[in-house]
Design a protein around this ligand. Structure first.
Ligand SMILES: [Zn+2]
Length: 103
């Protein structure tokens, strides 16, 4: 028969174990999710050609990346926050230098 004190200690340990498991899961998720943004480089490969005039003179850039947002996020959340700045930037904008077509 366990005493009240033993029971309290056991419940506390179980709570700590459950909590650290949740934190481990959270950290694992945070580590897994942003990885896809590293897999796709922000700049377009040079072999991109205009779908309209087939010119290879393409000005490529990203739309939506906020340096301020990334800096603020980086200060608050560390590396994860820094990645937050890239969240809106996965939309690449290419501009054809020859005909001005954007896609
Ligand atoms: Zn073009």
């Amino acid at each position: 028969m366990e005493t009240q004190q033993e029971r309290n200690r056991r419940l506390k340990q179980e709570a700590i174990q459950r909590q650290s498991r949740e934190i481990a899961d959270y950290v694992r998720n945070q580590q897994n999710q942003p990885r896809q943004y590293f897999d796709s480089p922000p700049s377009s490969p040079p072999e991109v050609t205009c779908p309209k005039c087939q010119s290879n003179q393409i000005s490529a850039g990203t739309k939506g990346f906020s340096v301020g947002k990334a800096a603020a996020g980086g200060l608050l959340l560390g590396g994860v926050g820094l990645l937050g700045g890239f969240l809106g930037s996965n939309k690449h904008v290419r501009t054809c230098v020859r005909c001005g077509y954007r896609w």
